[in-house]
Structures are given as structure tokens and as C-alpha cells.
Write a protein that binds this ligand. Structure first.
Ligand SMILES: Nc1ncnc2c1ncn2[C@@H]1O[C@H](COP(=O)(O)OP(=O)(O)OP(=O)(O)O)[C@@H](O)[C@H]1O
Length: 234
């Protein structure tokens, strides 16, 4: 389980995150939504260790996560706005690089399996510099899954994907959830949030103003209406 307690972040002289506290349970999908500039990406970067928080704690399975923590790096897989892929390398070479870094077992088999899963097997030996945004994103997803993380953190994962790739990504997310992976998604895409999330948290001006379970009875329209109300009042 991941617990984020009183996370704050100051950038320049601006307080960007104000005591953000959230928990992510095993096998849970939590979506964080909010208006532009609310602090979602800053929150994401602080929780995955790309930015040093100004205050607060991140606790993973009862252990305090420190900066550049090896356990966090192994247990948390994250997909941010940067792909962390190497343009001159092919998909196989990229995965090989990360597979060795993370000491992935049965690497050859695992790489092929993943490239088939994300629909890039036919392109496995082609340098990725010619890839489209969607193909890059598919490979970035394969990279994240390579080390079989317990927690997946995804910042706007559906952006730039075509319908087929969206469905593929959603299938991967649901499969991972069903096998016990905890997943945090930052998103503007309400349709996907409604399809995937168990719980939604609204971040506004650096604060969590409300969280709620997405009961089956709440349709997409109802969720949007709730969000608009929370954002206008919060
Ligand atoms: N390096 C920085 N220095 C100062 N302020 C920053 C810096 N990076 C981001 N900000 C500010 O922090 C606030 C939150 O930005 P952030 O990118 O986290 O928001 P967001 O919710 O992800 O927005 P969006 O939905 O547009 O992606 C914004 O007001 C932004 O201008």
C-alpha cells in the first residue's frame, strides 16, 4: 500500500502543493483529476521521485520512501510525459537496456511477450526515431511493465493514443489491477477515468478538495456533474 501524507511543494515562491494526503490500496485504481495548473504533474513528479517534495512523507508498504530509494524504484513503475527511451535504439534494445538495469529475470522471453502485448513485435528491430507518438507511448508502457512493479503511476497515459491503443492500454490496466497491482492515474480524460477508476480525487489549487468512490450507479454524465460542482465550490 502507498500512503502519501501532507505532501507539500514550493516552487520559486509559490506553494504548488498544500498538504496533499492520499492512500492507494492494493489492486485499487485511483484517478487524480483537476483543472489546468492545479498541481497534478507536480504531485506526480514528487511521488515518483522526479522532484524533491518540500514537506510530507511517502510511505510504501510501511517504509518511508527516501529520495532515490532503490525499493521505490523497483516497486513503482511510472509513465510520465517523458518516455525515457533512446531514439537510436530499437524497441528490443531499449527494453534490453532497462531489463539489465532492473535485473529482470527471463529477460529475452519477457521482452518478446511485452512487445507482442503492446503490438510492436513487428517493429522490434527498427530504431524508434521514426516511431509515431502512439508507438512511442506503447513502447513506454512496455518499459514500465518490464520490471513488474507493484504500483503503477500514470500521468495522462491516454494522451495521443488512437482508439485501438486506448483499448489496449485499458486492458493492460485492468489486467494489472486484477492481479493486485495498485494504479494511480492522473488524467483529464473523464471517459477513461470513468471506465477505469475505483476512486476519484479532485485536486484544485494544490489541495485535494474531495475524493469519492465511483459507484456503479454513477454514470459518466453524473461523474462530470459532480466534478464541475466540486471544482466550482472547492
Ligand atoms: N518550475 C516551476 N516553477 C514555478 N512554478 C511552476 C513550475 N512548474 C510548474 N509551476 C506551476 O505550478 C502549478 C501547477 O503546475 P502543474 O503542471 O503541476 O499543473 P497540472 O495540474 O499538471 O496542469 P495541467 O492540467 O495543465 O497539466 C502551475 O501554476 C505552474 O505554473
Amino acid at each position: 500500500m502507498l500512503e502519501i501524507k501532507n505532501l507539500t511543494k514550493i516552487l520559486g515562491d509559490k506553494l504548488i502543493l498544500r498538504n496533499v494526503s492520499l492512500t492507494l490500496g492494493k489492486g485499487e485504481i485511483l484517478a487524480v483529476v483537476g483543472p489546468n495548473g492545479a498541481g497534478k504533474s507536480t504531485f506526480f513528479k514528487c511521488t515518483v521521485g522526479l522532484l524533491q517534495p518540500s514537506g510530507g512523507e511517502i510511505i510504501l508498504d510501511g517504509n518511508l520512501v527516501k529520495k532515490k530509494s532503490a525499493i521505490a524504484r523497483k516497486k513503482i513503475g511510472f509513465l510520465g510525459h517523458e518516455s525515457f527511451l533512446y531514439n537510436n535504439l530499437s524497441p528490443l534494445e531499449n527494453l534490453q537496456f532497462y531489463g539489465k538495469l532492473y535485473k529482470v529475470k527471463n529477460l529475452e522471453e519477457r521482452m518478446k511477450e511485452l512487445l507482442k502485448e503492446v503490438g510492436l513485435y513487428l517493429f522490434k528491430d527498427v530504431p524508434i526515431r521514426s516511431f509515431s507518438r502512439g508507438m512511442m507511448q506503447r513502447l513506454a508502457i512496455a518499459r514500465v511493465l518490464l520490471a513488474e512493479p507493484d504500483i503503477l503511476m500514470l500521468d495522462e497515459p491516454h494522451t495521443g493514443l488512437d482508439q485501438e491503443a486506448v483499448q489496449l492500454l485499458n486492458k493492460i490496466i485492468i489486467d494489472k489491477k486484477n492481479s493486485g497491482t495498485s494504479i494511480l492515474i492522473i488524467s483529464h480524460d473523464f471517459e477513461q477515468v470513468h471506465k477505469l477508476a475505483d476512486r476519484v480525487a479532485v485536486l484544485k489549487k494544490g489541495k485535494i478538495v474531495e475524493t469519492r468512490e465511483l459507484a456503479e450507479s454513477m454514470d459518466l454524465y453524473g461523474m462530470k456533474e459532480w466534478y464541475e460542482k466540486v471544482v466550482s465550490e472547492g
